[in-house]
Design a protein around this ligand. Structure first.
Ligand code: HEC
Length: 109
């Protein structure tokens, strides 16, 4: 009956990963970041032109308005300062579902 218990374990793990991905879809977030060029300036754990998402998540930790703040940041194209002192508009996203998932993904780092 080893096979059966293995199957049961696999099914339980599958069910767990389904509920986990219902909250944040990491694959969709990763894809959205590639599609929108975010990865040119950001990575999860290394600062590039923009801060690492781990740093952003750490800064926002415990702030009740973190999600609202990042949502505004990612939809309104605020002015940002680059390393060389020049200013440009941050990339703005339109699709609310994509933004929500990305924000939750970033905050979960
Ligand atoms: C041209 C480079 C560049 C691109 C492309 C870019 N960012 Fe940024 N991003 C920055 C810089 C620089 C900052 C820091 C802005 C500041 O602190 O003034 C930043 C800040 C952020 C922050 C932190 C905001 C905060 O309030 O702490 C988040 C989240 C973020 N970016 C997400 C994204 C996402 C998601 C994308 C893709 C849709 C993206 N960025 C594309 C350069 C970029």
């Amino acid at each position: 009956m080893k096979v059966l218990s293995l199957l049961a374990a696999a099914a339980a793990m599958f069910a767990f990963s389904m509920t986990a991905s219902a909250a944040v879809d990491a694959d969709a977030a990763t894809k959205a970041m590639k599609d929108n060029g975010c990865t040119k300036c950001h990575s999860i754990d290394k600062a590039k032109k923009g801060p690492a998402f781990k740093t952003v998540a750490a800064d926002m930790k415990g702030k009740a308005d973190a999600e609202a703040k990042l949502t505004t940041f990612l939809t309104t194209g605020p002015k940002i300062k680059m390393d060389d002192g020049t200013q440009e508009e941050h990339k703005a996203l339109k699709d609310p579902a994509v933004v929500k998932n990305l924000v939750q993904f970033i905050l979960a780092q």
